[in-house]
Design a protein around this ligand. Structure first.
Ligand code: 9L3
Ligand code: MG
Length: 149
């Protein structure tokens, strides 16, 4: 019998996660409250409150995707010049890595309405912690609180 220790294999490299690019928006009203939407039953992360937005389509610019999502979900028309980039969220889920720029928007045309039957709430940034959010959205809260300072 050999007393040479079996050669140990290097640890397997973690499988690279698929990157998913999502854009989100903090719509701010005249009182500085921010709009959050409850993810509906049947969707991933159902019941959690998020900043509205969604996935980029193939070849779409982030701002164009956000303007499209805000129109589809909330029925409002946003001009690109009214979207100000604020920060990025990044979160690794089990099966994909989400990268999500957050924009701030204070001006839009039309009235905010729940076009997809989602529950909507206008919330003071300091109260956002009262609403359970997806892990990507939660770290964005201090950035919104800082905006008001
Ligand atoms: N997501 C997280 N926070 C947000 C948004 C708009 C989206 N503020 C996550 C939820 C999903 C993924 O991004 O895992 C894609 O979103 P959707 O297309 O299911 O709304
Ligand atoms: Mg969406």
């Amino acid at each position: 019998m050999s007393d040479v220790a079996p050669q140990s294999l290097p640890p397997a490299a973690p499988k690279p996660l698929r990157m998913v690019l999502v854009v989100a928006c903090a719509l701010l009203d005249a009182d500085g409250r921010v709009l959050i939407a409850k993810r509906p039953e049947g969707k991933a992360l159902a019941g959690l409150w998020e900043f509205p937005g969604g996935k980029l389509e193939a070849g779409e610019r982030p701002e164009a995707a956000l303007i499209r999502e805000l129109h589809e979900e909330l029925g409002i028309t946003v001009k690109e010049a009214c979207l100000a980039p604020l920060t990025f969220a990044s979160h690794a889920y089990d099966d994909f890595h989400l990268l999500m720029p957050l924009y701030v928007c204070r001006r839009w045309d039309g009235f905010v309405s729940a076009r997809e039957g989602q529950e909507l709430k206008w919330v003071a940034p300091a109260r956002l912690r009262d609403y359970p959010m997806p892990p990507a959205d939660e770290p964005l809260i201090p950035h919104l609180i800082a905006l008001q300072a």
